[in-house]
Design a protein around this ligand. Sequence first.
Ligand SMILES: [Zn+2]
Length: 231
Amino acid sequence: MNNIKEGCMKPKLLNFESESTEIYPVEKFPSKTLEKAVEVFSSLPGVGKKTALRYVLHLLKEDSGTIENFSEVLQNLSNNIQHCKNCFNISDNPVCEVCANPKREQEVICVVQDIRDVLAIESTMQYKGVYHVLGGLISPIDSVGPNDIKINELIHRLQTSNINEVIMALSTTMEGDTTNFYLFKKIKDFPVKITTLARGVAFGDELEYTDEITLARSITNRVPYENTLAR
Ligand SMILES: [Zn+2]
């Protein structure tokens, strides 16, 4: 109650936050607009209804400029973000900054699951090639097959560009290994070196959670993929 200013126009909303949910159960909102906002926020991963409500009430307490800024940023996400037409990295332009950079080795492609892996590898500052973002991994259990991710687009790049090396930098999970093996079968007849990360990355590791030094060493000391098949 002590955070309610006298004369505040929304005492009930603030009450809602500071009092227990027994007064207003989370399921029963005093406003449809509030309810809709909570519903949208709680659709985010890891955000339950109570946290969503806390976010919305926090925004309500901010000045209108803050909410407008949020709304503009979200609108821009929808309108301005696109996928690079070469590598499917997220970009503000048709070709991403990595692909457009003449200092990057365009003949070396690092294949990753998603944008978070690009960010993890870029943060090591050890990799000078370009990327290919698959947008997922083959996972029969989730009904994700080879045609649901950007494998054909990678093969098209191998057919149409001068590529020397493909580094398969997928997570060492069952889905990662399945995708690696499928990719290897698809590209092994191209005149390219096929390598994979050195096994500093333990089995079951997600690339994005690997520390920078381990990841940097794994990418620098990458090994021919075929060697890993002989295990
Ligand atoms: Zn790109």
